[in-house]
Design a protein around this ligand. Sequence first.
Ligand code: NAD
Ligand code: TDX
Length: 336
Amino acid sequence: MTKMLVTGGAGFIGANFVHYTLKHKPEYDVTVIDKLTYAGNPDNLKSILDQVNFVTGDICDRELMDKLVAETDIVVHFAAESHNDNSLREPWPFVETNIIGTYTILEAVRKHDKRLHHISTDEVFGDLELDDPNRFTEETPYNPSSPYSSTKAGSDHLVRAWIRSFGIKATISNCSNNYGPYQHIEKFIPRQITNILSDIKPKLYGTGEQVRDWIHVDDHNSAVHLIIEQGKLGDTYIIGADNDHVNNKAVIELICELMGKGADWYEHVNDRPGHDMRYAMNSTKLRTELGWQPQYTDQDGMRNGLQATIDWYTENDEWWKAEKAKVEAKYAEQGQ
Ligand code: NAD
Ligand code: TDX
C-alpha cells in the first residue's frame, strides 16, 4: 500500500478526492489532515471514516506536519482558504494557511524527501477579456487579482522555488471552477440551488456576464490521480473541461430551469469588487501527454452534472440547512 496524506480532506474537493480514491484506487492507505474550519466538515467523509485515518490539525503546525509527512509516501495538498468573497472581508487567514501552510508542508517534504502534489487554481493567472481568444496555459504569466488568488499564486511560487532550488519531487495542477456534491453553500452554484430550495431568489453579482470554465469535481480528481501516477516531476498541469462559453447569467438561468422555476426567477445584487471577468483553460498538455479526458463535457455535460448536483443538495438538506441563514446574513451585509 502507498501511504497518502491528503490535506484539507474534509473540504469540498478534498473530500470528493478521498471518496474517489477509496472507490477507484484501493492501493492507497489514506490519512486526512484537516483543521475543520467553517469549510471543513467531517460528515463529508462519514460513510468512509472507518477506512481513513483522520487527524484534526493545522497545516501551519510544523511539528505535526513534520510527523505526518515523515509517516507518508505522498502528500496531496488541497488545504486552503478558498473563497474570494471571504478574502475581501478578512485576508489574514488566506496569507496564513495558503502561504505559511504551504511553506510548512514544503519544508517537511524537503526534509523527508517525499512526493508532493500541490493543488492550485486558474485564478493565479488573473482574468481574460470576454473577447480574448486565448486560454490559460502552463506558460501564462501570473497576475492574480484578489487576496485569495494572490496567496494561491504565492503558494505556487514557493512550490516552484522548492522544486528548482532543492529538487523536491513535486507536481502542480491549476484547475478551473469546480462544482459537485459537498461544496460549501457560500459558493456560486450551491448557493443558488439552496436558495431555490429555501424559496429565496438566486443572487447574481452585477450583470452576470462573467465566465467561469466549470468542471465537475470528479473530472478534477481523475486528473489529479493521473498526474500523481504519470506526471513529470517538477511540471505544472492545467486542468479544464472546455466549458468557457457559459456565463454566470446562463448558469443561474439553467439552475432555475432545472429546478422548475422561470428562467428569470433571480435577482441582481452588488458586484464583487475587482471581479475577474473570464477564466478559460487550455488543458492540451494533460490530454496529449497523459491522455486525460473529462467525463462531464460542454453544455450537456454541465446540464447533466448540474442536475446530479441539484439532486444531491435536494436529498441532503440536513447537510446544509443549519448553515443557510448564517451564510445569507453574511452576504446581506455586503448587499449580496
Ligand atoms: P474548501 O474551502 O471547501 O476546503 C478547504 C479545506 O481545507 C477545509 O476542509 C478546511 O477545513 C481545510 N483547511 C483550511 N485551512 C486549513 C489549515 N490551516 N490546516 C488544515 N486544514 C485547513 O476548498 P475547496 O473548494 O475544496 O478547494 C480545495 C483546494 O482546491 C484549494 O487549494 C483551492 O485553492 C483549490 N481549487 C479550488 C477550486 C474550486 O472551484 N473550489 C478550483 C481550483 C482549485
Ligand atoms: O452569489 C453569488 N453570485 C454570483 O454571481 C456568488 C457566491 C458568486 N457569483 C459569481 C462570482 C463568480 O463570477 O459567480 C462566479 C463564481 O463564484 P464563486 O463560486 O465564488 O467562485 P470563484 O470566485 O470563481 O472561485 C472559485 O473557482 C476558483 C473557487 O471558489 C476558488 O476556490 C477556485 O480557485
